[in-house]
Design a protein around this ligand. Sequence first.
Ligand code: MN
Length: 252
Amino acid sequence: MKILITNDDGIDSEGLLALKKSLSSLGEIAVVAPNHNWSAAGHTKTMHKPLRVTRVTLPDGDFGYSSDGTPSDCVALGMLGIAGERPDLVVSGINKGANLGGDITYSGTVAAAMESAVNNVPAIAISLASYVEWQFDAAADFAAKLAARVLEGKLEPDVLLNVNVPNVGVSDIKGVLVTRLGKRIYRDKLIERQDPFGRNYYWIGGDEPGGNAEEGTDIWAVANGYISVTPIHMDLTDYPLLDKLRSWNLSL
Ligand code: MN
């Protein structure tokens, strides 16, 4: 089995290395990852500049490919043969920060998995729910267990599993819950400053997002100490809305 791993924190991230180590017993691992941090890159395709790819030595002595493209570019490069044969599975992470609810539309980690699903290769995105002092063990162990199940052929090729892991030791994980996406509440503020030329510039940012704490959601699961696994389909159609919208009898 051939597994392509990538991330959005950059090829130097310890999370990528922890993932590589845990998956190594499952098959041949190819690493294609961005050369810098692309967190919140979303699902991006580079079209107006060339992509550079460098063969690099990883801290464990193996080699990987580092690219100046986005996380989804890295997966596209992998699909098109930059690291050898087309993969059977793509795993993205372990991200340093949760990707819950609406975060998945911003996330480079999840976008890399989406690029895989677009290419009909099943994918796992895995994120650790902390911005500091990451404990990768539980996420790394679970990534290997879940990847083994996916490689058994149990998953449709055009979906991805979005996994979020509480930042605690293995023995403190309460269990694994299959969840739906919750609703994130963002607390962005517009920060206005002035550059040395007297022109205004802006930062959009604020406190860490919150979210609804409804049971059954990914946000609830992680907040309560469980590993959350959310199946994600690339078909974003709102099916219940189809009939309602048809009843509008739209015309030109
Ligand atoms: Mn990230």
